[in-house]
Design a protein around this ligand. Structure first.
Ligand code: GLU
Length: 427
């Protein structure tokens, strides 16, 4: 089977699912490495995917049953690690694809974790705070056997936040009979969360953009940036890049984008956390559709909202020189090939937004050691870890003349394969 479908083939298979993209990326990555095919075969399959029913008593007394999942892809390098997502389109397959990306992400960053991902198929906006709390507590109970600080450590993802993690940690701890902060990361600092964790995926996305600009011999002061999504990833990335001297010309949320060719004051635009879905309320010379942001003629485009937004249908219209993936999986496999053909560099999610799980690792260390790190220390260590991963990936880009995603996969797969080789296949 061809691992590099032509654009025509790709167009036929659109829309691509997250799992399809993840599997094709792995197959393609395997052709760039001399990893034992038996190891690649093992990595195509998750260790387990837990599906649970989560009954919820609504505030009006009626009962509804939701479906929850926890996909555990691989743990050869350490406990499964990855977020919990509350979104109507969560499925077992999506969680599996996302858990594969977490395995590669942790390996690229050289963190002692494997990959997991889970969630509940629910629209969190349709729930009250009390309902979200009860749903989270019951979900924690349903997956209690498969999680734990040395087994599988969930974190926030789309539709979940620090409060969700606090409820999860409390429910788990109450049932285990002791306080166990290390069961989840992304908690509020007052119960063992790490300073800087919430801003970390946006910070690492900004660092990746900064390094890419430098790699291509440009100056930050002469760089224009467009950001799709103004939640924790997009807003933090946009504001940091703004602070570092770039001109952020457009930002968007689900309702659309604001565009200012001379640059926006990103600190004045309300983030999703500050005021949900209020980007358009900010005065700007022009408004655009959310899709149009992807086609702006900017130096750096940061898709930081949801997955599968750059597809075979619009990839040709991407006019940016560099795409930095703030979201997980914003570019389908087919779109990636089109971008590559058009000379657009794509800095992959598994490197760009890996600040989230990196600071999750710092949080886990703090929890296990019962120590608290200052924000300065967190940001310094994040910077160091990002630069080290960046330079590992850049070395493969330079030596092998590979695109950034392929190079990141080479780094990740080599580390995982080495670990699998050393441990062997049991029994
Ligand atoms: N959900 C985040 C991600 O996709 C963070 C995962 C974590 O911190 O474990 O990378």
């Amino acid at each position: 089977m061809s691992t590099t479908p032509t654009t025509d083939d790709a167009a036929e298979t659109e829309p691509e699912s997250t799992l399809a993209t993840a599997r094709k990326q792995l197959e393609r990555a395997a052709t760039n490495t001399d990893v034992d095919p038996a190891i690649v075969e093992r990595l195509k399959h998750p260790t387990r995917v837990q599906q649970v029913s989560v009954p919820l008593e609504r505030d009006d007394g009626t009962v509804e049953v939701f479906t929850g999942y926890r996909a555990q892809h691989d743990d050869v390098r350490g406990p499964y690690k990855g977020g919990l997502r509350y979104h109507p389109e969560v499925t077992a397959a999506e969680c599996t694809g996302l858990s594969m990306w977490m395995t590669w992400k942790c390996a690229v960053m050289d963190l002692p974790f494997g990959g997991g991902k889970g969630g509940i198929a629910v629209d969190p906006k349709s729930l009250t705070d009390d309902e979200r709390e009860r749903l989270t507590r019951r979900f924690a109970e349903e997956i209690r056997d498969v999680v734990g600080p040395t087994k599988d450590v969930p974190a926030p993802d789309m539709g979940t936040d620090a409060q969700t993690m606090a409820w999860f940690m409390d429910a788990y701890s109450m049932q285990q009979g002791e306080t166990i902060p290390g069961v989840v990361t992304g908690k509020p600092p007052v119960i063992g969360g790490s300073y800087g964790r919430e801003a970390a995926p946006g910070r690492s996305t900004a660092i990746a953009a900064r390094e890419a600009v430098d790699y291509y011999g440009r100056d930050l002061a002469e760089t224009t940036v467009a950001v799709q999504g103004f939640g924790s990833v997009g807003a933090n990335a946009a504001r940091l890049l703004d602070d570092w001297g770039t001109t952020v010309v457009a930002v968007s949320d689900v309702n659309g984008a604001i565009y200012a060719p001379d640059g926006l004051d990103t600190h004045a635009v309300p983030t999703h956390e500050e005021e949900p879905e209020a980007v358009l309320s900010h005065e700007a010379p022009q408004t655009l559709s959310n899709d149009a942001v992807l086609e702006l003629d900017v130096d750096v485009l940061i898709p930081a909202a949801v997955g599968n937004v750059i597809t075979a249908s619009n990839a040709d219209a991407v006019a940016a020189d560099v795409v930095v993936e703030g979201a997980n999986g914003p570019t389908t496999f087919a779109a990636d090939e089109i971008l590559e053909g058009n000379g657009v560099a794509v800095i992959p999610d598994i490197l760009a937004n890996a600040g989230g799980v990196t600071v999750s690792y710092f949080e886990w260390l703090q929890d296990i050691n019962r120590r608290t790190w200052s924000l300065e220390r967190v940001n310094e260590e994040l910077e160091e870890q990002m630069l080290s991963a960046w330079s590992d990936v850049r070395a493969v880009v330079d030596e092998r003349d590979l695109p950034w995603r392929d190079a990141a996969y080479v780094v990740a797969l080599s580390r995982i394969a080495e670990a699998k080789g050393a441990r062997g296949l049991w029994p």
